[in-house]
Design a protein around this ligand. Sequence first.
Ligand SMILES: [Zn+2]
Length: 177
Amino acid sequence: MTDTELMCLALNEARAAAALGEVPVGAVVARHGEVVAAAHNTRETEKNATHHAELLAIDAACRALGGWRLWECELFVTLEPCPMCMGAIINSRIPRVVFGAADTKAGCCGSVVDMAALPFNHHPRVERGLLEEECSALLAEFFAALRARRAEQKALGIPTAWQLRKMQRQQNKEDKP
Ligand SMILES: [Zn+2]
């Protein structure tokens, strides 16, 4: 498969995340152009901060290949990796990373910091901007829909999930003797 085809698969994974109400990020680990693992963000569904698409794809690839060194693999991801995922990329010795959209808030391939250029023991080659428009559009659509939903809830006086949790915590505090 070509780079573009692999990124299309990562985009499909991102769409699967969006369908679950997750921030749409998808990742594919490939070896010699063949898919080894594919995954999408499930942070909300699994209530787990580590369930980023890249981390899940790396985990599945290690299991599929029976080893932690992914030195023959490449990672395709729709969004610039965060510090946690760049850490996993470095630790798994992935030599090449291709991402779509930049992440100005958490991206560690040049946006916030360039972890690939720091003096670690492994320096993955990073390429940015493959199918960037599609990757960004998916994220923009997701956040626009989220904002619209929140505005609607606010207009109707319905508390958000976050406000509900805050109310719950307050209630728990009051219940304590
Ligand atoms: Zn991440």
